[in-house]
Ligand binder design. Structure first.
Ligand SMILES: CC(=O)Nc1cc[nH]c(=O)n1
Length: 112
């Protein structure tokens, strides 16, 4: 991986939310927390590695699983129980997580 990571993957079902600008955060574990504020990152689907859009990283902040709240759910464009269920499924034994905030800068969906 480059010193400044320039790629992020999302489950395919989440990419319409990312590429429409409705989902503006992602909650990841430490291994995926090394994004740099101000950097541009290419978004790919996890399942098919298809590029779907570009984002710019706005912040990376630690959070405990128990502190995930309605505001995070709003920013994820999911309801809170679904968000917490999803995060538990992805990171079953991890309490220390990171909220990565980003903004959409380009949508590549029309190229596919
Ligand atoms: C692929 C993957 O881990 N995707 C995730 C994980 C957490 N949040 C999210 O939006 N997407």
């Amino acid at each position: 991986m480059p010193a400044v990571p320039d790629k992020i993957t999302f489950f395919e079902f989440l990419t319409p939310l990312v590429c429409s600008g409705k989902k503006t955060i992602t909650i990841r574990d430490k291994s995926e927390s090394h994004y740099v504020v101000g950097s541009q990152v290419e978004v790919f689907t996890l399942e098919t590695d298809q590029k779907v859009c570009d984002i710019e990283i706005e912040s990376v902040e630690p959070i405990l699983f128990d502190d995930i709240n309605e505001f995070h759910a709003q920013q994820e464009s999911l309801d809170l129980p679904r968000l917490k269920q999803l995060i538990k499924e992805i990171y079953p034994d991890i309490n220390e997580l990171f909220v990565i905030t980003y903004k959409l800068i380009a949508n590549n969906k029309s190229l596919s």
